[in-house]
Design a binder for this molecule. Structure first.
Ligand code: ZN
Length: 248
């Protein structure tokens, strides 16, 4: 939670009045803070007893155990928080992939089981790998090869990525954020040509479609199939494509 109070200031009596009241109110709704608050309190109590020859071993150990538990809970929470968007993006990408498979890569239908298989193959990567132009270039080269994309834009900014293999084709999915929200760029290596998309007239380069009620445009370039999808108009998606593709 972003509005968690500074528990040490609470325990040390620095917070007063309204601040203290709202901090206490927060403890009622945030079990993590409440647990941590209690642990800090007992730690303080424990430290207060130190000058006396009292046996602090047991409460001390209880403090340490509690703090370790909190750390563990935080790590798990942090992982889910960090990858939640990537996981959502990955699912959107998978629905589109199922459609792309039918339309661009082969005539066979993709079953629910195959989609589940794709889901397990698409692994999220650390956001630090895609958040700057140098590391994103390296990540793309390692994952799908030299895709015809320019990464020198600071806007839009990639915030998460995932990669996997789709019927023998290496794939990368990147989620970007700009002032209109987020969109997903999907890159499939080792393929060429898209079929079954409705042609849309932006220089005859892009083909558009709606998949999973989200607009998607695709284009083929130098052995790659590339897609941009998001909750915005096809024209807006084409603008994005223009800003990320490398021109001949
Ligand atoms: Zn909290």
């Amino acid at each position: 939670m972003s509005d968690c109070p500074d528990l040490h200031l609470m325990v040390d009596g620095v917070l007063t009045g309204e601040e203290l009241a709202s901090a206490h109110a927060h403890l009622d709704v945030c079990p993590q803070c409440k647990g941590q608050y209690e642990a800090i309190l007992s730690l303080k109590r424990c430290l207060g007893q130190l000058p006396e020859p009292a046996d602090c071993q047991k409460p001390w150990k209880a403090c340490i155990d509690r703090l370790n538990e909190i750390d563990k809970a935080k790590r798990i929470d942090g992982f889910i928080g960090k990858y939640a968007w990537g996981i959502c993006g990955a699912f959107l990408a998978l629905i589109v992939l199922a459609g792309v498979h039918n339309r661009a890569l082969g005539p066979s239908n993709v079953s629910a089981g195959q989609v589940a298989q794709m889901a397990s193959s698409l692994m999220p990567v650390s956001s630090s790998r895609v958040s700057n132009p140098n590391s994103i270039q390296q990540f793309m080269n390692e994952s799908v090869g030299n895709a015809p994309l320019a990464y020198n834009t600071s806007q839009p900014r990639a915030v998460s990525g995932a990669r996997g293999v789709f019927y023998g084709h290496p794939i990368v999915q990147l989620r970007f954020v700009d002032d209109k929200g987020s969109f997903v760029l999907l890159v499939i290596g080792g393929t060429d040509g898209l079929e079954g998309f409705d042609p849309i007239s932006v220089g005859n380069r892009y083909q558009g479609s709606q998949m999973a009620s989200v607009n998607c445009i695709g284009w083929a370039d130098r052995g790659f199939a590339l897609f941009v999808m998001g909750d915005r108009s096809l024209a807006d998606l084409c603008k994005i494509a223009e800003s990320v593709r490398i021109r001949e």
